[in-house]
Design a protein around this ligand. Structure first.
Ligand code: SF4
Length: 346
C-alpha cells in the first residue's frame, strides 16, 4: 500500500497540515479512535484549508458531529451480514456476489457505509478464506457477476489482484468482474501499467469509480482513468449524494459532465446510507429527487445516473425516482414539467 505511506492519519497530523484547528483536536481524537482516518497526498492537495465549507474536506476530514448517533443509524446499514454465507462474500441478489477482499482503503470517507468494518490494519481475506469464497462462487452457477469491493480492492498489489482476477475468470459461469474503487481519484499513481494488466482477463471487467465532486477529477485522476479505458476496461461511476458536497444542481451536473468527458458513464447516485454519525452529511430523498429532475432537464442523457436507495436491513437497492408518469399511467411529464396525455387523444 505505497499510496498510504505519506497519507495523513491521526488528527494531530491533520492539525499540522492546517486541515483542522488545534482547538478541535480532543473531539477529533475521539472520532479517530472510532472511525479510521486517512487522507492521501492527492486528496490533501484538493482541500482548501481556508474554506470552512470545502466540499473535499467535508468528505475526508473528521468532524465532531460523527460522535452524534441517531436511532435509525446502524453499523451495518445495508445489511451485509445477513447475506454473508462465507467470510468475504455477500450474496444478496441471485446473479451476483460481492467479494470483500480487503478492509483497508487509500482514504477513509466520513460517510462510509462500512465505516465500522474498514480501517488500516484490519487486514483482509486470508489465503484460506479467499479459497473458500471462490469455492462458494464456483458452487453457485447462478452467479454471473463477481464484484470486488471492500475496503478498496485497488490498494492490493497488482500481483494479488492478478491472482484473484485469474481465479475468478477461471470459473466458467462468472462472466463479468466488477471492481469498485476510489483509488484513481485518491491515489492515481497506483493505477500503474501493472495494475491495469492485472485487471484484464478474458472476462468482461468493469471498474466503477467512486467520485462525488467535480474537483476530484484532477489531471492525474483523469489520466489514471484513461489508462484503464484505453486498455479496454470500461468505466462506470458511483456517487453519494452528500449535504454540502454535491447537493446542488450545478455541482452535481458538473460532476456528471466531467465523468462523461473522461469516458466514464454515470451509473449510480446513492442516497446516503444510515451509517453511524453521518446525519450531518445526509439530505432528504425529496431533495435528491428534485436534483434528479434538474439533471434530467438540463443535461445530456449520458449524464444521468440512477438515483438509488439501499434499503436498510439488506433488502437491496431500489431506484427512488423521481417518477414522470401519473399513478394511472394517463399523464407523462416532460423535462420542462409540462404534462401530456398518453396515449395522445386522436
Ligand atoms: S473508499 Fe469506499 S469503503 Fe473505503 S471508506 Fe470510502 S466509501 Fe468506505
Amino acid at each position: 500500500m505505497t499510496a498510504a505511506v505519506k497519507s495523513l492519519h491521526p488528527p494531530r497530523a491533520l492539525a499540522d497540515a492546517s486541515l483542522v484547528g488545534r482547538d478541535r483536536l480532543a473531539a477529533l481524537e475521539e472520532v479517530a479512535a472510532r472511525y479510521a482516518v486517512a487522507i492521501t497526498p492527492a486528496v490533501r492537495r484538493l482541500i482548501d484549508p481556508a474554506d470552512p465549507n470545502d466540499p473535499i474536506a467535508r468528505q475526508f476530514v473528521p468532524d465532531a458531529r460523527e460522535l452524534d448517533l441517531q436511532p435509525e443509524e446502524s453499523g451495518d446499514p445495508i445489511g451485509d451480514a445477513a447475506h454473508s454465507p462465507v467470510e468475504g462474500v455477500v450474496h444478496r441478489y441471485p446473479d451476483r456476489v460481492l467479494l470483500k477482499l480487503v478492509n483497508a482503503c487509500a482514504v477513509y470517507c466520513r460517510f462510509c457505509f462500512r465505516r465500522e468494518m474498514v480501517g488500516p490494519g484490519r487486514g483482509g481475506l486470508s489465503r484460506a478464506a479467499l479459497t473458500a469464497a471462490l469455492d462458494y462462487i464456483r458452487a453457485h452457477p447462478q452467479i454471473w457477476e463477481a464484484i470486488l469491493t471492500g475496503g478498496d480492492p485497488l490498494v492490493l498489489s497488482p500481483r494479488r489482484l492478478k491472482d484473484v482476477v485469474t481465479r475468478l475468470a477461471g470459473i466458467g459461469h462468472v462472466k463479468v468482474i466488477r471492481v469498485h474503487t476510489r483509488v484513481p481519484v485518491a491515489a492515481p499513481e497506483r493505477v500503474s501499467a501493472a495494475l491495469v494488466r492485472a485487471l484484464r482477463s478474458d472476462k468482461a471487467t468493469f471498474v466503477v469509480l467512486h467520485a462525488n465532486h467535480p474537483r476530484e477529477l484532477t489531471e492525474p485522476a483523469r489520466a489514471a482513468c484513461a489508462r484503464l479505458v484505453d486498455a479496454g476496461v470500461p468505466l462506470l461511476s458511483q456517487s453519494v449524494l452528500l449535504r454540502g458536497v454535491n447537493d446542488d444542481a450545478e455541482t452535481l451536473g458538473a460532476l456528471m459532465r466531467a465523468l462523461v468527458e473522461c469516458r466514464i458513464k454515470p451509473y449510480y447516485l446513492h442516497h446516503a446510507d444510515l451509517a453511524p454519525g453521518t446525519a450531518h452529511l445526509r439530505t432528504t430523498i425529496a431533495a435528491g429527487q428534485n436534483l434528479m429532475r434538474t439533471l434530467h432537464g438540463r443535461y445530456s442523457g449520458l449524464c444521468q445516473p440512477a438515483y438509488v436507495l439501499d434499503i436498510p436491513g439488506g433488502f437491496g437497492k431500489s431506484p427512488i425516482g423521481p417518477n414522470y408518469l401519473s399513478a394511472d399511467g394517463a399523464l407523462v411529464e416532460d423535462f420542462r414539467g409540462r404534462r401530456h396525455v398518453y396515449p395522445p387523444r386522436q
